[in-house]
Ligand binder design. Structure first.
Ligand SMILES: C[S@@+](CC[C@H](N)C(=O)[O-])C[C@H]1O[C@@H](n2cnc3c(N)ncnc32)[C@H](O)[C@@H]1O
Length: 222
């Protein structure tokens, strides 16, 4: 929508580092970042939705508005999102506060979709955001992040510290500018740090027992 271009451009003029783009994402990128999402994904947390380019695709994928929580720091965007997605939970907050915000009971979130400009953020802020988001994520849950850069915008030391791995989903070359989407998931030994993922068999010497010991080492080191 041309109105969205104007809203974006105005917001970018006022706060270029926070907004991080002069225009909303295009359809190719929105389709790519939501590609794995289905009606069965369950609660979805979207960070930095802006005017809702990814949010509309999430609804097309079958996500219900009541399963959506939208975290947006721009007050004009936040008001627009409230009007556009009246059944979703729209929160005006800094995504760096996710960890202390107690957004959910337990860990129900199936996916996080992030449009945040992580390349403009400090390592400390990235840790707060990504770590906070994973604190709500169920076992097997995935964090999707887009970037205009050539590499994953979450640097390797941060992935190591949070026990995550990143894989490239694909590039959206038709987006202006071209962008890439990365998938962040917990490393296998960290899966055991969540309640539901305890090993089924824990006999001495079995792979499950070894993996279990590895996870205990991670807990000790954390
Ligand atoms: C690059 S835009 C992406 C918007 C939208 N997802 C899209 O793809 O068109 C980044 C968005 O993140 C929001 N944002 C930036 N920093 C934020 C923060 N710390 N917490 C929440 N939202 C933030 C901005 O206001 C903006 O809406």
């Amino acid at each position: 929508m041309s109105h969205d271009f104007l809203s974006f451009f105005t917001a970018w003029m006022a706060a270029p580092r926070r907004v991080g783009a002069i225009a909303p994402s295009g359809t190719a990128l929105a389709e790519l970042i939501t590609r794995d999402i289905t009606a069965d994904t369950g609660p979805v947390l979207e960070l930095g939705p802006g005017t809702g380019a990814f949010t509309y695709q999430l609804l097309k994928r079958g996500v219900r508005q009541r399963d959506l929580t939208l975290i947006e720091y721009g007050s004009d965007f936040m008001r627009l999102l409230q009007i556009r997605f009246p059944g979703a939970r729209v929160l005006w907050m800094d995504a760096a506060r996710l960890g202390s915000a107690q957004l959910y009971q337990g860990t129900p979130v199936g996916a996080v979709i992030s449009g945040l400009p992580l390349l403009n953020m400090s390592p400390r802020k990235i840790i707060s955001i990504v770590g906070g988001a994973f604190s709500y994520m169920r076992p097997g849950g995935t964090f999707y992040q887009f970037t205009y850069g050539m590499r994953c915008p979450v640097p390797r030391p941060i992935l190591d510290r949070l026990g995550l791995r990143a894989t490239l989903v694909d590039r959206a070359l038709l987006n202006v500018p071209p962008a890439a989407v990365y998938r962040l998931t917990r490393r296998p030994q960290y899966r055991l740090l969540t309640r539901d993922a305890a090993p089924a068999v824990d006999a001495d010497g079995s792979p499950a027992a070894k993996e279990h010991r590895a996870s205990e080492e991670c807990v000790t080191l954390a």
